[in-house]
Write a protein that binds this ligand. Structure first.
Ligand code: SAM
Length: 407
């Protein structure tokens, strides 16, 4: 057994050196990480059946491929990983957070576990994710092929039953999964990337677990929301996550007009196909000078953070279309902005809008029609719709003629 481990170390160290010689430095670190991981992992397997070697899944596992080098895993990560695993099985359980539960439950009894998976960099996989992949009775995965790919890349076997659990079936499957939890099974829920339930399946089983009082826990980890927020440089003390903006132009504009008066930092998910439309619509609804950040390919080799204003970002997106996965982070409305444009935060009457337009037309020497357009546009109603320009125009004319009569 000792000889086996020595051979393992030698093979993997050579493999890591090969990568160091043939690629960037960081691949050496990831190679070493791979070595340390395998050595310690296999040691755990030999001593503790918590980490089974053989897979007996209901859907055939694709051929295992060697774990690929992990970009971005540095020496500190490697040491952190190495220190998580121990030859002492109880230490492993403790590292995975399984030795005790805050509510006193016995480890190993049925529960639902939501586990975050990496959003790009395999080095972000937590010790608890790996543990649950190796020990769960059932793995409910958004995409089973991606689950096996993830497991192969992490060098972990998945012995539990793997089922497809996605947006289209999660409501139908949730109760059957809770039945299994009630029978003492551990059901692991994972999505393709990041945290389950965050624009991904998982919410239905959480609801059913709560309703049926089934034990429910989470192995937290990567999620693009917090990663982008932290890197944006915008205030993090208060923020709101809004997912993807609606696709249809009219719905999207109404939605953004409602968001415009939001004072917390706003986080939106986006795709490269729709970023141009979204920037166009943001420019139509938000002040041009509002600071924002575009966070691209987080945790991956081509990670990029662009920081600018809404007008500047629109131009940047036109000149250099961003590819890959995107998150937009937008500064919330300032007090001064809300005072200048009460809009959605404080409903403006047609009368108020008309008198604002008359005042602006007089003070700035612009046409009444233009002043009305601006006031209506800058002050959406609470539901994001715009008040009728015709009504405001009629009111403005009445105000002007009353002013003449009073003179
Ligand atoms: N559950 C995931 C999470 O916790 O972040 C989100 C899944 S959602 C279906 C996919 C969206 O998340 C992408 O369109 C993108 O907006 C964002 N996203 C996921 N990974 C990302 C990454 N590495 N970089 C930037 N955005 C990412």
């Amino acid at each position: 057994m000792v000889l086996n481990r020595v051979i393992h170390i030698v093979i993997h160290t050579q493999w890591a050196k090969y990568h160091a010689d043939n690629s960037e430095n960081k691949n050496f670190s990831s190679g070493v990480f791979h070595t340390v991981f395998h050595v310690v992992f296999h040691t755990g397997t030999m001593n503790d059946h918590t980490y089974p070697v053989h897979s007996s899944v209901s859907e055939p596992a694709p051929q295992e491929t060697p774990a690929t080098p992990v970009p971005g895993v540095d020496e500190t990560d490697r040491l952190a990983q190495a220190s998580v695993y121990s030859r002492d099985p109880s230490a492993n359980k403790e590292a995975a957070g399984l030795s005790t539960h805050a509510d006193g439950r016995t480890p190993g009894k049925g529960m639902v576990v939501l586990a975050a998976v990496p959003i790009g960099n395999m080095g972000d996989a937590s010790a608890r994710l790996i543990h649950f992949l190796a020990t769960a009775d059932i793995v409910a995965a958004e995409d089973t092929r991606r689950l096996y790919d993830l497991a192969n890349r992490l060098g972990v076997k998945v012995p539990g039953r793997v089922i497809a659990y996605h947006d289209h079936n999660e409501r139908f499957k949730a109760d059957a999964l809770i039945d299994e939890v009630m029978r003492g099974k551990v059901v692991l829920v994972v999505s393709d990337a990041g945290m389950p339930t965050i624009n991904d399946p998982g919410h239905a089983i959480v609801e059913r677990a709560i309703a049926r009082k089934a034990p429910l826990t989470c192995a937290p980890g990567p999620s693009a929301v917090l990663d982008a927020l932290a890197l944006s440089g915008l205030p993090t003390d208060r923020f709101c996550y809004e997912g993807f903006v609606p696709r249809r132009r009219s719905e999207c504009l109404a939605y953004l007009r409602r968001l415009r008066s939001e004072q917390r930092t706003i986080v939106l998910y986006e795709t490269p196909q729709r970023i141009h439309d979204t920037m166009e619509r943001l420019s139509e609804t938000f002040p041009a000078d509002r600071p924002m950040a575009l966070c691209r390919e987080l945790t991956k080799d081509h990670e990029e953070i662009r920081r600018s204003t809404i007008a500047g970002m629109k131009q940047s997106v036109q000149e250099d279309p961003p590819r890959g996965e995107l998150v937009l982070v937008i500064h919330g409305a300032s007090d001064a902005e809300l005072l200048a444009h009460p809009g959605a935060s404080q409903e403006l009457s047609v009368e108020d809008a008309a008198s604002m337009a008359v005042r602006q037309a007089d003070e700035e020497g612009i046409r009444m029609k233009d002043a009305i357009s601006r006031v209506v546009h800058d002050n959406p109603l609470p539901d994001g719709s715009l008040m009728s320009k015709k009504e405001v125009y009629a009111r403005a004319l009445a105000l002007k003629s009353r002013g003449r009569d009073l003179r």
